[in-house]
Design a protein around this ligand. Structure first.
Ligand code: NAP
Ligand code: HSE
Length: 438
């Protein structure tokens, strides 16, 4: 019997699309032998046909109409690598409606329209595969969904944005301001086309939403999370953190209390003890700590963004798609529809407890520290340490407080009162201290 042939259409030939084209071309013969099928990258779409690209794609295969790929009866697998939630959604739904398999790296789309997309995949009889959407080259979707299927997950946390981890690492290493290292992360192909998604924490929130859904079967949208980014962190914060024994990482933290069935999802820069594994994960690398009630804690580390790492994850899904088409099995389908999701509810964010780091830029004169301390005491917040250092601006000082254990509500009330003090000259910066173990 001759081997079946499957055609792939690539919607998007940017950083990731070109990586897939390049590596797929190199791996094709091996993949075909392994999968027992012929696989053809038969069409690709771009926005601008005249743009120079690193890969050579015959013009007969190129189009500016991604929808024509999604609806092409000869295409079996549609790979959506455009990004965004407009055309990408149309293309994805059109392909799924026709029973095709869609492979996607688009976490923003999945977070916004995951429920609709997985329902469309079930109705159409195709599948939606999304390994590249979280943590780049780390196979975290497979790990949570397949490798750890015996577990419930009280806690998953990690560094999920390569751009931010790269920026934070360079700021600390080079004592450089945030804006001066952002350009390099963009040049290296790590950042989203709208980089505010990275640095304001939204991209991490999209990925956290996908992980929360995989682990708990519920969609938690970013507006139900704490989401804070890295754009107000300065090189001085790294020095303060180091003096206190911490590094700074942008973390997503997903917890579920199985006694109360409360879930919380938050994304914020976090002070991590320097000796912990995640505090030492640098550059574009991501790291995810997954605690399962059967296995205990497992940790996954690898490149979280960039052309090659992401292409590796996309090609893994393409191989699964071919297995599904050939044998009717391979990657498990869509929503886990976990029975455990029933009864799960979101914990009120203001009840989340922890320790805090607050940096204030204050007038350097007598009585200021006393006023700050009074506000903290009024809100029942106990100060653990104070670091005062001169500011670059004359007559101003930087005042860094850390607190003992308290809750978000008290901290937010105190922060508003601090911001209203005449002697506080800039919006306070709040960071959380992560007491997360490994
Ligand atoms: P990119 O470099 O901006 O590439 C986007 C591609 O899609 C380009 O080829 C662009 O055409 C095409 N495109 C965009 N909008 C289009 C439209 N409306 N109609 C037709 N074509 C359109 O983006 P990327 O970095 O490869 O990212 C692609 C997806 O992968 C995104 O969802 C992103 O979040 C995700 N992702 C990226 C990474 C990473 O490290 N970069 C990692 C994981 C996941 P032109 O080339 O003609 O402009
Ligand atoms: N912009 C994303 C990041 C790409 O830097 O992590 C990978 O999802």
């Amino acid at each position: 019997m001759s081997a079946p042939t499957y055609n792939i259409g690539l919607c998007g030939l940017g950083t990731v699309g070109q990586g897939v084209w390049k590596h797929f071309g190199r791996l094709r013969t091996d993949l075909e032998a392994r999968l027992g099928a012929r696989i053809e990258l038969s069409r690709a779409s771009v926005r601008d046909l005249s743009k120079a690209r690193d890969v050579k794609v015959p013009s007969s295969k190129l189009t500016t109409d991604p929808l024509s790929i999604a609806t092409d009866p000869d295409i079996h697998i549609v790979c959506e690598l455009m990004g965004g939630t407009g055309v990408a959604r149309e293309v994805t739904l059109a392909a799924l409606k026709r029973g095709k398999i869609v492979v996607s790296a688009n976490k923003a789309l999945i977070c916004a329209h995951g429920a609709e997309i997985f329902a469309a995949a079930r109705r159409g009889g195709g599948a939606f595969l999304f390994e590249a959407s979280v943590a780049g080259g780390i196979p975290i979707i497979k790990a949570v969904r397949e490798g750890l299927v015996a577990n419930r997950f009280p806690r998953i946390y990690g560094i999920l944005n390569g751009t931010c981890n790269y920026i934070l690492t360079k700021m600390e290493e080079l004592d450089a301001p945030y804006a001066s290292v952002l350009g390099e992360a963009k040049r290296l192909g790590y950042a989203e086309s709208d980089e505010s998604l990275d640095v304001e924490g939204w991209d991490t929130a999209h990925k956290a939403s996908i992980l929360a859904w995989l682990a708990h079967g519920v969609w938690v949208r970013p507006d139900k999370m704490i989401v804070e980014g890295i754009n107000r962190i300065t090189p001085a914060d790294f020095k303060n953190a180091a003096a206190l024994g911490f590094g700074i990482k942008l973390l997503a933290i997903i917890t579920r209390d199985f006694k109360t069935d409360e879930i919380s999802v938050r994304v914020h820069p976090t002070l991590l003890p320097q000796e912990t594994v995640l505090a030492r994960v640098s550059g574009v690398f991501n790291a995810i700590s997954v605690t399962g009630d059967v296995v205990g804690t497992t940790v996954y580390i690898g490149r979280g963004a960039g052309q090659d790492a992401t292409a590796s994850a996309v090609i893994s899904d393409l191989a699964d798609a071919v297995s599904l088409l050939t044998h009717g099995k391979g990657a498990p389908q869509g929503s886990p529809d976990l029975p455990a999701a029933k009864g799960a509810r979101l914990a009120p964010l203001e009840r989340i407890r922890g320790r805090f780091y607050v940096r204030l830029t204050v007038a350097d004169r007598p009585g200021v520290l006393a006023r700050v301390a009074t506000i903290m005491a009024r809100n029942h917040m106990s100060i653990a340490s104070v670091i005062q250092s001169p500011s670059e601006t004359p007559d101003l000082a930087s005042l860094v407080l850390t607190t003992h254990d308290s809750d978000e509500r008290a901290m937010r009330v105190a922060l508003r009162a601090l911001a209203r003090l005449e002697s506080v000259r800039e919006a306070p910066l709040l960071l959380r201290i992560g007491d997360l173990g490994d």
